[in-house]
Design a protein around this ligand. Structure first.
Ligand SMILES: Cc1cc2nc3c(=O)[nH]c(=O)nc-3n(C[C@H](O)[C@H](O)[C@H](O)COP(=O)(O)O)c2cc1C
Length: 221
């Protein structure tokens, strides 16, 4: 791919929050689900070519990120269970509606190495500044993975929305989905399998147009 084609994908990537009611979720055809699942699986595998600095060496795996995918069935079930899992959920909470509209949800976590996250690791033998740097670079690498994923989904014709995750960050949800609590959620990526269709509700990201010219945040020295 040449640079203009890549630039075009980067600019085309756009947040779309797609929502449907829990009682009337979006129903995809078997073909749409198959194509979407395949596109997402391919995008995840290719996104794994993101750079990473330190061997995280957890479970013998060097990469500092992990991905947990909820397929459409799992998303719809979770949408229905949501209010019983989180009794204090506000009526304005959008997660059940997004779980009722997406094709899949990819939860991207990162693995803190030192006492920084929920589970943390050992502090011994490494100077504090170095510990902070290593964990920052684990997050940076996992973020490169997420942006790769969003761009690949865009190139596949699939929609995406990077959310901080709300209740998906909680210990209760980690336990419910059997995600180890030594991981921390970096991105809840809602994947839209039919971005061209008329969803009941579709909202753009709030900072889309809030961008300064590169000359304002970069300089050549
Ligand atoms: C780390 C991170 C977390 C985000 N979390 C949220 C979120 O919880 N809710 C939300 O509305 N948007 C969230 N966003 C998406 C941004 O709001 C969105 O990218 C922004 O509005 C710009 O729109 P665009 O993606 O269409 O360019 C997040 C983005 C990043 C990078």
């Amino acid at each position: 791919m040449d640079a203009p084609a890549l630039a075009s994908i980067i600019k085309q990537r756009q947040t779309w929050k797609v929502m449907a009611s829990v009682d009337q979720p979006i129903v995809h055809s078997r073909e749409q689900l198959h194509a979407g699942d395949q596109g997402l699986a391919d995008a995840i595998a290719t996104a794994g070519w993101a750079p990473f600095h330190y061997d995280r060496a957890a479970d013998g795996i060097a990469e500092p990120w992990r991905v947990h995918v909820l397929n459409q069935d799992r998303c719809r079930t979770l949408a229905r269970e949501f209010s019983s899992l989180f009794l204090d959920i506000k009526p304005t909470n959008k997660l059940p509606a997004m779980l009722s509209a997406c094709g899949a949800l990819a939860l991207v976590t990162w693995l803190p190495q030192f006492s920084h996250g929920v589970g943390g690791g050992s502090d011994t033998g490494v100077e504090k500044e170095k510990r902070v740097q290593i964990d920052e670079e684990h997050v940076a690498a996992a973020s490169a993975f997420v942006q790769n994923l969003l761009l690949l989904l865009t190139a596949e014709g699939l929609g995406s929305y990077w959310s901080s995750g709300g209740q998906f960050r909680s210990k209760e949800m980690f336990n419910h989905l059997q995600i180890p609590t030594d991981q921390r959620l970096l991105a809840a990526v809602f994947v839209d399998y039919t971005p061209e269709s008329d969803a009941p509700e579709r909202a753009a990201g709030k900072h889309r147009e809030n961008r300064a010219d590169a000359g304002r945040w970069s300089r050549w020295i």
